[in-house]
Each structure stands twice: as C-alpha cells, then as structure tokens.
Write a protein that binds this ligand. Structure first.
Ligand code: GDP
Length: 405
C-alpha cells in the first residue's frame, strides 16, 4: 500500500453488491435522499491483513500491498493517515464509505506514542465538524468524523498485548471501537472461541468500552436474528482474501473469494468459516445508523463539552460566549442561590397548601359538629317540651279529684 499524507483521497466507484440498500426502511427513507456517509478507520500492526480486508470489503483492489521496508532502510517516524474513499451505488442508493488507514502503527522500536496521530486525526475531524456547527452560514454539514475504528488484534491466542490495551484505553471514549481478530484462519474454531472470551474479559478488566452493538427487536424477524448474531460475534474473527484472485470451491464448484490450503479452502463470505461478512453487514447494513448515532450523541457530544469547558466557554445550545472565570464563579454562586431560594419558596408553598388543607378539613368537621350539636339540641328540646307537657297534664289531673276517678 502506498503511503499518502493526511490530505490524500483515493476515489473509487464500486459496482459489486454490498448490502446497504436493504437497510431498515425508516433509516433508508431518512438517508436515501442525500446518500449515506460512513467513515471507518482501520488500525493495527503491519502485516495483520488490513489492506487485504479493505479490498475484500470493497471487492476491489483499492489498497496495493505495502512495500515492507528492509530493516536497514530508514522507516517513517510517525504513523501516517491515509484516506481511501469509495462511492458505492446500489439500487440507486449511494454510500460514501471512507476508510482511514493508519500505516506504521506499532512498527516502531518505541511505540509508546504511536496512537497520538490517530487520536489527533479523530479530534481534528471533530474540530472541523464543530467549526461547521458554529459557522454563521448555516450550510449543509459535511461529516468526516470517524464513525468506527476497526482495531486488528494479532491472532496469538494469548492475552491482549500492552499496545492493544494502551491504544484502546486512549481511544474508547473518542470513537466506536470494533476489535477484530486478524487472520483467523491461523487458529482452530475452538482457539478462536477461547481467544474471543479472553479478549472480552481483558477489555472488561481494563475498563475498555468497545462498541456495544444494539440488538434490534423489530417486526422484521430476519433483522432480529442478524443484529443479535452480529452483537454476539464481537470481537469478529476475520479472514481477508485478494478479491481479484477467486478460487474454485471443491464442495460447490463455484468461484469464491477465499484462501486455499493443501487441506482445503476457506470462503471469506461463508459465515461458518469466519465473521468477515458479519463485520461488513454491521458497517454498511445493520448498525450503520447506530454507529453514526453514538458518534453524534455520545462521543462527539462528550468531546465537545470537554472542549468547551477547556476553553472556559459556557454553551447555550447554539450560541456561546467567552467568560472571565471570576465572573463565571460569581454567576454560578448567584445561580446556586437563586436555585436555593426557588426551592425554599416551593417548600413554603407546599407547607402553606398543607396547612390550608388541614384548616379546611377542621372547619368542615366544625360545621358538621355544630350541625349535629344543633340537631341534638333540637331533639332534646323537643323531648324536654314533650316531657313538660306530660308533667303538666299529670299535675292538672292530680288537682281535679273527679278526673282521678
Ligand atoms: P497490512 O500491512 O495490515 O495492510 O497487511 P496486508 O493486507 O498487506 O497483508 C499482509 C500479508 O498477510 C499478505 O501476504 C496477505 O496476503 C496476508 N493476509 C492478509 N489477510 C490474511 C488472512 O486473513 N489470513 C492469512 N493467513 N493471511 C492474510
């Protein structure tokens, strides 16, 4: 692969079937007008098969095999950043897939800072996007942010190497990390399964958050199965093959993209042989929207907030202004006091409402009590009057002896 500087772009038009044009309908409708844009970065040590995998994804020779420098030759001092852009058109739907290659990663005697140019590229792209957002002229934004970083892990079968952990630890909150086991054909099925488990526990132990592929539960049964299969297969075990040199499958007789060995062939497009097809479908089909959404809503937003804070800038959604730190502290105190006063007033309101309700209740029972008292008094008075009347009758009867008989 030739090494370009960061501004170089290789453009290709690809006609082979990739699979993005049958994206879920709502996603498709949203993006079909303008076409899709996805930028994925591939990172990994030289010789792990990155160029081959890019060519397999695009089904075309986009990356020429890189000349491996002779040990005596002077090597580049930093990791290069190379953009490979391909416009793919499928059933009238356009996809611009940009792959950012990082030749030189891990190739130095001292690799302690080899992630810096990569981190820088990711942040430069966020910066460029932020500038567009803040631009006075509201133009349609060009999104060159990295939506996914495919990180190639050497198929050792052991733990992750220090360089893998250090790289992913520095990048996990900046970009959607998708780890892949390179050259998975060099391991047996069981070794791949064990290595996947090992990688997952190493990542958890080191607090590295890779992209968690969402599992969709739509009406479409086929896509439920697909997103779940994809989510479970991470880290993908991939195998790449030169797309221009197809081989004949001994079982089906068809020409396939694969690798031939004395004992048989591996078909990179067969999901029972490797996870290449799952990785490609994740990028351009099932999780393209999720990758872009997480980039926008979580990774970019977090970066932007930190960036604003670092600049001593407070943000009011679209408008922001620079402030003096002392003034900001005074404003914060005033805001805090205003918040406390508001809370106090709200508590007083609640208290007053409760007292009023209690008073109303008491008044009501007072009225009821008074009515009952009045009723009882009337009944007693009536009874008293009746008794008095009766007494009078008895007394008048006792004074008249005739009445007595
Ligand atoms: P890069 O330096 O990471 O870009 O690696 P390349 O794509 O140039 O591949 C380096 C060598 O590995 C080449 O000889 C490829 O043919 C070979 N290679 C690439 N992918 C695979 C793979 O999946 N399995 C095996 N066994 N070899 C591979």
């Amino acid at each position: 692969m030739t090494v370009h500087d960061s501004s170089s772009i290789v453009r290709k038009r690809i006609t082979g079937h990739v699979g993005f044009s049958n994206l879920p309908n709502q996603v498709l409708r949203k993006s079909v007008k303008d076409g899709f844009q996805l930028t994925a970065m591939v990172v990994g040590e030289s010789g792990l098969g990155k160029s081959t995998l890019i060519n397999t994804i695009f089904n075309s020779t986009i990356c020429q095999p890189r000349e491996v420098p002779h040990p005596a030759e002077e090597r580049p001092k930093t990791v290069a950043i190379e953009n490979i852009q391909a416009d793919i058109e499928e059933n009238g739907v356009k996809l611009r897939l940009t792959i950012v290659d990082t030749p030189g990663f891990g190739d130095f005697v001292n690799n302690s800072e080899c992630w810096d140019p990569i981190l820088q590229t990711i942040e430069d792209r966020y910066d460029a996007y932020l500038k567009q957002e803040n631009s006075v002229r509201r133009m349609k934004k060009v999104d060159t942010r990295i939506h996914a970083c495919i990180y190639f892990i050497q198929p050792t079968g052991h733990s992750l190497k220090t360089i893998d952990i250090e790289f992913m630890r520095r990048l996990h909150d900046k970009v959607n990390l998708i780890p892949v086991i390179a050259k998975a054909d060099t391991m047996t099925e069981d070794e791949v399964a064990d290595f996947k488990e090992r990688i997952v526990s190493d990542l958890a132990f080191n607090g590295i958050r890779i992209f968690q592929a969402p599992i969709y539960d739509d009406d479409d049964d086929e896509s439920v199965g697909e997103s779940e299969t994809i989510a479970r297969a991470i880290p993908f075990a991939v195998i790449g093959a030169d797309p221009t040199k197809t081989i004949r499958s001994p079982s089906s007789g068809r020409r396939i993209r694969g690798r031939a060995y004395p004992w048989g062939v591996v078909d990179v497009d067969d999901p029972s042989h490797c996870d290449f097809i799952l990785l490609r479908r994740m990028l351009v089909h099932s999780h393209m929207e999720a990758l872009r959404e997480r980039t926008q809503d979580v990774l970019y937003e977090t970066w932007r907030t930190q960036r604003m804070l670092g600049m001593g800038v407070i943000q009011d959604h679209s408008v922001f202004e620079e402030v003096d730190p002392a003034e900001k502290a005074r404003e914060d105190r005033l805001m805090h006091e205003a918040k406390l006063a508001k809370m106090e007033a709200a508590m007083k309101d609640v208290f007053r409402e409760k007292v009023e309700a209690q008073e109303a209740k008491l008044k009501q029972s007072e009225v009821e009590l008074y009515a009952r008292h009045k009723e009882m008094k009337e009944a007693m008075t009536k009874q008293w009057n009746q008794l008095m009347e009766r007494k009078q009758q008895l007394e008048s009867g006792a004074q008249d002896p005739r009445k007595k008989r």
